[in-house]
Design a protein around this ligand. Structure first.
Ligand code: SF4
Ligand code: SF4
Length: 138
């Protein structure tokens, strides 16, 4: 699950304790991977596809990225089960995707953006891409 742009590596380096899989998440301020959802989308090809995405990214908390798995819609929205102390409020019955998520090398180690081929965090950034991709963009 992927994504603060602040240097997580520096944060880890500054921690004097040994980081283990068991205690690692307790050092993760804001529990990054529990603060958004993602959904793979059909690869956008036409102007209409990108016009639709421009409409979507005009709304709050919407981003898009493309990585080796394809194009993905990302919605920043903290999980309702995330507790103030960073723990999961439904830990023993959390969804499978949460159970499958490994903290072995995660967003506390490096920003998810590092693995993106394309990344759009604003209407402006996506529009710029559209104008570059389509010779006639109107
Ligand atoms: S898996 Fe990684 S990003 Fe998620 S809460 Fe644990 S340390 Fe933070
Ligand atoms: S259910 Fe628990 S582990 Fe899953 S995203 Fe929500 S707080 Fe995180």
């Amino acid at each position: 699950m992927g994504k603060s742009k602040k240097s997580s590596k520096k944060a880890l380096k500054d921690i004097p304790l040994e980081i283990t899989p068991e205690n690692k998440c307790s050092f993760c301020v804001g529990s990054k991977c529990c603060t958004y959802i993602t959904q793979v989308i059909d690869t956008p090809r036409s102007k209409a596809d990108f016009q639709h995405m421009l409409w979507q990214i005009s709304h709050q908390n919407i981003r898009f990225y493309k990585d080796d798995d394809g194009w993905t819609l990302l919605v920043d929205s903290p999980c309702l089960h995330l507790q103030g102390d960073g723990r999961c409020g439904i830990y023993h019955e959390r969804p499978g995707i949460c159970r499958d998520h490994s903290n072995d090398y995660c967003e506390l180690d490096a920003p998810a953006e590092d693995g993106f081929n394309l990344y759009f965090d604003s209407y402006k950034s996506l529009l710029k891409y559209c104008k570059k991709r389509f010779k006639k963009w109107a």
